[in-house]
Write a protein that binds this ligand. Sequence first.
Ligand SMILES: [Mg+2]
Length: 410
Amino acid sequence: MKNKVIFLVDMESFYVSVEKADHLELNNRPVIVSGDPERRSGVVLAACSVAKKHGVKNASRLGEAQLKCPNAVVIRPRMQKYLEVSLQITNVLERFTDQVEPYSIDEQFLDVTGSQNLLGLPWEMAKNIQEIIKKETQIQARVGIGPNKFLAKMACEGFAKKNASGIFELNANNMKQFMWTLPIDKMHGVGERMSEHLCKMGMRTIGDLATYPLSTLKKRWGIPGQVLWETANGIDASPVIADSHSNQKAIGHAMTLPRDYSSKSDIKVVLLELCEEVCRRARSASVMGRTVSISVHGANVGSPTGFHRQVTLLNTTNNTMDVYRTALELFERFWDCVPIRRISAGLSNLCSADSVQLDLFNNVIRKRDLDYTVDSIKNRFGDAAIVHASSLTDAGQAYHRAATIGGHYK
Ligand SMILES: [Mg+2]
């Protein structure tokens, strides 16, 4: 089989670059995007290269950043705008292949294996991509190239972001020379805790991990240990999964209540049940979503009450509590205290859950383990086998719905 050619295309200082493209007068000035410009305790979400030259770092306190760079222009983030530009960039990338997978708001994976005959060598395509993105959005893109997603990501993080061309390729031939010399905490998917563990076991570089006895790692961590070792050796089979970003795909679940619910604590109980059901279906379909929606309706069809609201998150998720917290925020913001009879929750803007495998070792995994454990108990022993404690209250519908399988609640 022909070697794959995968790109990871990343935008330099994305939020700030979008702001600078929109405000040409800011061109050579230090610019910081920060959650709450009025509060010095806010966090720097993005800083431009001019601000970074003054020592401003992403994720530092705004007050601290302003001490280092007193004349920085501080801008409040405009997430909707950044999402729009992100989609615009997806559209550019789709001219090169139909296999485009948005990975985060400013990073997208491409499988350009089939595009080479038509569009040239990987390096030429990468340069073209940079030029078109620059021309159409004024944003500088960096491209990591590899035979799989992991090496493409490492090529970008470790090298393309640091060299003059903004392009770098990692492959089986140069992996040892370049990637293996990087410190272990620079390995994608290895969080702070994991890298401490590995250091204690004597592994300081990615190469140390790659040449560590596999059997020891497997004994210690099981399959995740093996995956870790394989990725350090440049092995990663996860495919680029094209995602029609504006897709209609959505997972929703609605519940008609046995009576009017008018207390917030009761409604919270059923909202959690709904989010659990939606997320469970997302997990079993191996998808995650970025947009959370809720609808509520009153009992009286003659005088309709209620609302539908949605919000788009920065990261995709299928975690029950993530979705519940978001849905609850929407509810608390928009509910006018009119009693409700029907309520629904939805997750849309879906993409494959596989890309998360790269993040196997950050703390997402604990949350995910809990979700999947709950799912497998329900799959084996029935929906009522495990429920949130809140479902045991009078407001809870989980038991009743479990008893009416095939009934009209499902
Ligand atoms: Mg970036």
